[in-house]
Design a protein around this ligand. Sequence first.
Ligand SMILES: [Mn+2]
Length: 487
Amino acid sequence: MQAKGVILNKTLSSNPGYWLLCPGAAKNAVNTAKHVFVDQWATQSDYALGEAIAASGAEAKDSRYGEKIDADEIVLLPSAGQAELAAQATALIEKECAPLTPKPPLFFEDAALRALAPEFERVARILMERVFSLTPILIRHHDDADGITSGLLLKNAILDFASAGAGRAGRASVPLPKTFLRSEWTDYAIYDSFRLLEDRNWALGFQKKPLLLLLDHGGNEDSHDAVRDAASFFDIVIVDHHPPDSRLREHSLAFVNSIAAGGTSSHTTGLLCFEIARRMQAAPREELLWVSLEGDHSDFRRGVWPQVLALEYLSQTRHSLDDCEKLFADAQTLDIYYKKARTAIEDMMGNARKNTKTFRINSSGGKSEAVLQVTRMSFLKKNEFPSKSLAINEIHNALEYADANLAVVSIGFIRDSLSFRASKPAGAVGFKANGIIERLKEQFGSAVRSGGGHELAASIRFDEDVGEKILEAAVEESKRALSGKSG
Ligand SMILES: [Mn+2]
């Protein structure tokens, strides 16, 4: 067997194996595979990515590599052949990675989504091209229900595209090695230097610069430095709905952010990923979209989704994205984790009641009453369910759901971090979590390590020794905002 193709990727070795894209292969009746792996046994060579070679030897099938040649001979094509094959490869990639045209074009008819539609298409193309050209992809997603469903939507879309699913009949599947697709968690809205260190080590295991997908985090100001540094090791795509930092555009291939497009945090990352997935596969799993919307309390949400809680349980106990997917395939698994989560939350709420201080505040000149509740959450254990952000959600929701018109702000405090949750009426009287966080950063300088989120839900991290002082200042700022006195 002979294969003539462009080197898409190669193994990390001084006598590497090559992944070839063979654009002319269809014309060769013996072998129609476009992707061929060339294993070097009898030969010794080290050609560069993008060079075109001809390899001949025995044909083999390999569970890891798909179609394979055990090379007896490898020659570098002359320059005319190089140019011809490169042009053919580019044309083939462009043709095979054309985004689908979903009907209707948008799942929800909406101005911000309409503004983002060209970006959905562009990101879909980027992802498919990376898969087709055998580029390693790291999906790093936020660990809440929105982040997990975002990760699952794009992972499934990538695998569906690789396996030549519906809508792409007639082409061979892409032999994307298992190690080329990895998913990891991030436990808050910020991509930071600790994550970068982990990711960089992974990236250095490949010859080809991998793609880093940051989902439901990584698009805000506090992520800037780590994203900028990550750009040396990765091409980066950010899909997010946290308040954006426009400087991140210059460090990323694509920056898809609902707020930057005139939308709100109701346009969840899962919703954005669902639209991207619709351009890569015939029918992405709609449940994932609904769970994302429910998880982030989006205005688009509909129905009741126990998956939200079950997913948060799995994420906190560090299960894999594959485990999370089982909840959508098997009702019994969902039921088990949902019940485990409910029980743990009831226990937590019992502890919270004993550790919460409630302040009643006259709002807008005494016309109505607002409530601030402050919970010291040191009863929570690290890496156990519920997480601090879920705990403060539950504590806050218990009050917010009891009276939809009540201006209520909840603060959850634990050693080195503090979270805000606020009801819509609290926002209406002037409570803005990000504004308060900005003032705390000004006041406490570098003792504040990071902070940010949405106006009605945000958190801040700081050095433990200033914790009590920051709590005190946050309580005062919140009281002032709820009384309608802050700008
Ligand atoms: Mn989200």
